[in-house]
Design a binder for this molecule. Structure first.
Ligand code: AMP
Ligand code: MG
Length: 349
């Protein structure tokens, strides 16, 4: 393993201006070199932007927590370029886990595996397991290849805020705290990875995300139970407030007359002097008349892709309340519901 020549973590503490770098070969190398010196940089993935450091440099990993303001009992996902790198951080990988790797890597699936001795406790929050993902985003893959090391990364936002799906979102949260954001454009999926614990005999779904549960079950050949919340932060949002803009978020249940209920609530809020905006599918947009809406596109994939960006946009445009249309719980719908329940703090209408 390569040894760091100098710890760049201290540079993070100095006043700095954060540069958004177009993903040229040279800027990818610049970011990888900075990581190699113990630094922290933001990079794109197909789910959301990540805030990465070398998983085997504990000082650099601790910088991630400091920069984000993240509680240190919330473990990080290790991002790898190749299946071989998974063997650097995990052990006793079951045949089922290997089958899932073949089917979903690279992609938006994080597998929780037994960790290898030597993976620092600050990465896994002291857990005996490690979350591993192999992203598919081409800029991310170039970056991971250049780093040539497992890179641990949470989402590149300030803790509790909606996750960043563009380089500008990262810049708005972290300007002055990191030197570089590698720009990969808008994230294709826009919601975090699905997290599946395959460290024991029975696979458990720890977080709904980019890969629908139904797809996992097809490959596993069995139904996959969803892990209920606990006191240990096994998963983001299981313990902490998450994905929350400044605006109040209300989330509608999914039913036939939902549009009428949302319109009524909107009008009531306006009478109370509020400034709401509705997140709706394109097919419903006209039904809301002159009310403020954000059009979430044609289907649940586009709804998922725009969700975090629209929560941020609501704050930027000074809306004080977001009313989000409900979705059915199949496919990516389950992940949309999960994020909206968390960002609304459970305020369902
Ligand atoms: P974030 O990128 O902020 O969504 O954070 C990554 C998430 O992956 C963490 O909050 C963890 O809950 C999850 N994760 C990482 N490692 C593990 C693990 N060993 N066991 C359970 N969950 C994990
Ligand atoms: Mg996060």
């Amino acid at each position: 393993m390569r040894k760091p020549s100098k710890c760049a973590g201290s540079e993070n503490k100095r006043e700095m201006k954060t540069e958004i770098l177009q993903p040229t070969e040279e800027s990818v190398r610049t970011c990888a070199r900075y990581i190699g010196r113990g630094g922290v940089v933001a990079f794109p993935t197909e789910t959301v932007y990540g805030l990465g450091a070398d998983a085997f440099m504990p000082d650099a990993v601790r910088e991630i927590f400091r920069i984000k303001g993240r509680p240190n009992d919330n473990p990080l996902i290790v991002h790898v370029f190749s299946p071989e790198q998974i063997e650097d951080v995990a052990q006793d990988i079951s045949p089922l886990a290997r089958k899932l790797m073949q089917s979903f890597m690279p992609g938006a699936l994080t597998l929780v595996l037994k960790k290898k001795k030597g993976v620092p406790d600050c990465v896994t929050a002291g857990l005996p397991t490690v979350g591993v993902r192999m992203p598919s985003n081409p800029v991310c893959r170039k970056f991971l290849r250049a780093c040539a090391r497992p890179i641990c990364a949470p989402s590149a936002n300030t803790s509790t805020k909606p996750s960043p799906t563009t380089a500008m979102h990262v810049w708005n949260d972290l300007n002055g705290k990191i030197p570089y954001v590698l720009d990969g454009g808008s994230c294709e999926i826009g919601l975090e990875s699905t997290i599946l614990d395959v460290s024991s005999d029975v696979p458990k779904l720890l977080r709904q995300g980019g890969i629908p549960k139904e797809e996992l079950e097809r490959v596993c050949g069995m139904s996959v139970p969803v892990q209920a919340g606990g006191t240990v932060a096994l998963c983001p949002g299981m313990k902490y407030k998450h994905y929350a803009p400044k605006a109040d978020v209300l989330f509608s249940a999914y039913y036939a007359s939902m549009v009428a209920t949302i319109a009524k609530r909107y009008d009531m809020l306006v009478l109370q002097g509020k400034n709401p905006v509705i997140l709706c599918l394109h097919a419903n947009a006209e039904k809301y008349g002159a009310r403020h809406i954000f059009d979430m596109g044609e289907n649940y994939d586009s709804y998922a892709g725009k969700l975090f960006a629209c929560l941020r946009q609501a704050d930027d445009e000074k809306f004080d309340t977001v009313i989000a249309e409900g979705v059915s719980s199949d496919g990516i719908g389950a992940a949309i519901i999960n994020r909206l329940v968390k960002s609304s703090g459970g305020k369902i209408i």
